[in-house]
Design a protein around this ligand. Structure first.
Ligand SMILES: Nc1ncnc2c1ncn2[C@@H]1O[C@H](COP(=O)(O)OP(=O)(O)OP(=O)(O)O)[C@@H](O)[C@H]1O
Length: 573
């Protein structure tokens, strides 16, 4: 709630102006029954047409003023709630941009999407509802009750009873509704997460014929969401009509007391009934808006959780000056993912001079990707130090550190847009010549020029209209175009045949002379000619040195060699 109040405070003037017009609207609603009672009791009863016309005219004017107030208030409330929604979404987006991978792993991407979309929408509807109803309802309620009491004082005990019962019902509604709405939001997260996973892996799902399994998973998530929705709305469905029933009984009692008490002023009795109806509407509106408040409170907590999440990595207070060169060193580095007890890296040490090529090899899960993700500070080492350009990465400004690194991730991530747009992610200022040079170095120029649209060929989301090898080559070109001091290639030639891979590597050496290259590969042939080879085994370094040194000293490396190339090849070398 604190978040919503803060947001309303930021738009206090708009909010107060809306409330001013809302008050006009409420007062006009309140005046109508009294004016009507004058028409009946003073005009119709005494057969005075002039009085009927006089009060009828005033009723019309008041109705017009009320309608004008409602139109202006509606506009203001929609504007304010949309504005608040837009601001919250931008703040969330900015905050998420500042997160490290550790924050994102903790909060889960699917949940972050729900928070930016659904949770903010809940807050928006509450702000809109508050400006439309929550303030009007008490004005109408209190005003109508005062008018009933002054016009028919005998009704005071009954009104007190109705109010007490209604207040208890509203409190019950909140008490039982809140936890259910919180659960509902969580289930929505789950559904989003399942749909997202399915849609991003649809090819694998189809390839393995797992449609039924995925449909089952989605069905369970959808069923759980529906069950939560039913459980939450059941509370509203019970309490809402109970409040209506209470006030309706009040109206019946009022009519009964008026009828049996020999009420002389029919107009006043009609006005009292009208006011009771207004109280009924106001109370059911309050109970509705309180339901929205319950959902908005749960949502604002979830939004607040993101906004107050401390980025797991901090920027140095006085960052080291100057661009780092391409040297890289790991000093006794250990690392565990925050939600995992296992060490993914254990006491890793090596150093690499600027311009050297490091090949990294090891079994799947041995920590190769984790190792390179510490260089651009996607994560911080749990123990030990990672140095780039001779300086601890934590002492460098993250934007400068990352500007010095060209990452080619294991999974080629391309964006919807043209090939040119995608390459320009590497350097927004790159001209056509620079794009062509980088594409040539990545052996991507031939297939790009083969497309009728060339560099303006439009790619679908994730580059769906490209082959795996084409995507990898575009990812490489995108990293090369930055002219990075350090180029990290995380198994990013795995979809290329051996000849193309060799051509790519030789062109990269040509294009990126002086660049430090860290090349992760499952294929020993890809790393064999590197200046140094780091052989990883279960998070530890099992060998470091040239191919010959490792063949002599590292049993793990020798085993990989044997399994991929065989003994004879080695003998021939
Ligand atoms: N985001 C993560 N959260 C928790 N554990 C993780 C995460 N990413 C990787 N791990 C774990 O860290 C260890 C090392 O994984 P990593 O991806 O670095 O291995 P790898 O050698 O690159 O594997 P591959 O060759 O299959 O890509 C594995 O045990 C893995 O389960």
């Amino acid at each position: 709630m604190k978040l919503i109040i803060t947001k309303i405070k930021e738009h206090l003037w708009l909010f107060l102006t809306a409330i001013f017009f809302l008050t006009i609207e409420a007062l006009s609603d309140l005046l109508q029954p009294t004016l009507m009672s004058h028409i009946v009791d003073d005009g119709v009863k005494n057969q005075e047409v002039g009085t009927v016309l006089y009060f009828g005219g005033i009723m019309l004017i008041v109705a017009f003023i009320g309608a004008a107030g409602a139109v202006i208030r509606n506009n203001l409330s929609v504007r304010t709630s949309q504005q608040i929604g837009k601001e919250l979404r931008s703040e969330l987006y900015r905050k998420i941009q500042s997160f490290s991978f550790e924050n994102i792993d903790r909060l889960h991407p699917a949940s972050l999407i729900t928070r930016i979309t659904n949770d903010v929408t809940q807050i928006q509807s509450f702000v809109n509802g508050t400006m439309r109803i929550l303030v009007k309802a008490p004005i109408t309620c209190i005003g109508a009750i005062i008018l009933i009491i002054t016009q028919t004082p005998a009704q005071i005990p009954m009104i007190v009873i109705i109010l007490i019962i209604s207040a208890l019902l509203i409190a019950g509604n909140m008490r039982f509704g809140y936890p259910r709405f919180v659960r509902l939001q969580r289930r929505l997260d789950r559904l989003n997460s399942v749909s997202r996973e399915f849609l991003t892996s649809i090819r694998v799902v189809k390839a393995f014929g797992r449609e039924d399994y995925e449909t089952g998973r989605f069905g369970t998530a959808a069923e759980e969401l529906a069950a939560s929705g039913i459980s939450a709305t059941r509370v509203t469905a019970v309490f809402g009509p109970l409040i209506n029933l209470t006030v309706n009984i009040g109206i019946v009692v009022l009519l009964w007391l008026g009828g049996t008490g020999g009420h002389q002023d029919v107009g006043k009795l009609m006005a009292s009934v009208n006011y009771m109806t207004q109280v009924l509407f106001a109370l059911s509106m309050v109970s509705n808006i309180l339901n929205t408040m319950v959902r908005a409170t749960a949502s604002s907590q979830r939004v607040q959780e993101v906004l107050s999440e401390k980025p797991a990595m901090s920027e140095p207070e006085s960052p080291a000056a100057g661009k780092p060169d391409g040297s890289v060193a790991f000093e006794h580095v250990s690392f565990s993912y925050s939600h995992s007890p296992e060490k993914s890296l254990d006491n890793v040490s090596f150093n690499l001079e600027s311009g050297q090529v490091l090949g990294v090899i090891g079994a799947t899960g041995s920590g190769k990707s984790t190792l390179v993700s510490l260089i651009p500070r996607f994560y911080d080492a749990t123990d030990g130090r990672v140095l780039v350009g001779g300086r601890d990465v934590r002492s460098l400004k993250t934007s400068e550190l990352r500007a010095a690194i060209g990452m080619v991730p294991q999974k080629s991530l391309l964006f919807s847009g043209t090939i040119r747009d995608n390459l320009k992610w590497g350097d927004p200022d790159a001209d056509d010549k620079a794009l062509a040079a980088a594409a040539h170095a990545a052996c991507a120029d031939a297939f790009i020029n083969g497309f009728s649209g060339g560099y303006d060929t439009v790619l679908g989301q994730g580059g769906v209209n490209l082959s795996g090898g084409q995507k990898q080559r575009l990812s490489i070109a995108r990293a090369l175009i930055r002219h990075p001091a350090i180029l990290v290639m995380d198994d990013s030639t795995s979809a290329l045949d051996a000849t193309t891979e060799a051509a790519v590597m030789s062109r990269i050496r040509e294009y990126a002379r002086g660049t430090t290259v860290i090349l992760i590969s499952q294929r020993i042939a890809s790393v064999m000619r590197a200046d140094k080879i780091l052989c990883m085994d279960e998070g530890r370094v099992s060998g470091l040195g040239s191919h010959e040194t490792l063949m002599a000293e590292s049993p793990v490396y020798r085993e990989i060699y044997k399994s991929q190339i065989g003994d004879d090849e080695h003998a021939r070398r």
